[in-house]
Design a protein around this ligand. Sequence first.
Ligand code: PAF
Length: 290
Amino acid sequence: MITIETILDLREQVAEWRARGDKIALVPTMGNLHEGHLSLVRRALTLANRVIVSIFVNPLQFGEGEDYESYPNTLTEDADKLISVDADLLFMPPVSEVYRKPQAELTRVEVPGISDIFCGESRPGHFVGVATVVCKLFNIVQPDLTLFGEKDFQQLIVIRRMTEDLFMPVEIIGVPTVREVDGLARSSRNGYLTERERSIAPILYKTLNEIGDALRRGAGDFDQMEKMANSHLAAAGFIPDYFHILSAEDLSEPDESCKSLVILAAVYLGKARLIDNIQLSLGGSLFYRG
Ligand code: PAF
């Protein structure tokens, strides 16, 4: 596996591969790689001849008081894992390579509306940071396709919308969430959980499934189910942030014609903020806000 730190070197390598007619995939990450990231790389390898993985802890997507400074850095282990799954190139630029101006003068990419709700409301500026760095990575690498985990469902929608609105010639592929055996979604932030918190954490996914099952059985009052889920999560020891039943297409309020739903949830548990979601298709049932 080739390791590159500068944009110039990366572009030279990509140009060489392009000249040979190679198809190029990009998997953007912030490192501390786990099975979820490796599943993105494995999928990328089935779709492209060259797979580039970026590891860049993006300061712009962290708010004040968040974990930018303490975000887990496991670079040596990450590189070994990437070699083990046959990634072609690790791109790990320093912050000064990606952000060449002081914060106040940075060009930013904003996807309004969708960036300001749910996780965007709890983490102001987060999705501007994500859209900006992903746009930069797309411009640096110019991949044919790029892969993101569905665990960060709202992030995936923000990136899809940015790509569409700015006519970016790149295919966005969402890859299903990888879970621990007890259902907890794999996440770098699971490492913040104490033993006790780790034993509670799977209740988030369990609750999503209970609400999903109720919807499949025909339960229709979304407000009531969201309230039920929040009190269930609070009783289990989480501090619920949000729990919403939404259209999987664009995270809008579902109406009668909407057949594809996503249930999105975020909770605090000790030092960790956990997010998760499940998607479901409903055949012809009528649902409503109470
Ligand atoms: O999902 C992540 O790890 C990050 O938000 C991303 C997409 C790599 C941008 O920094």
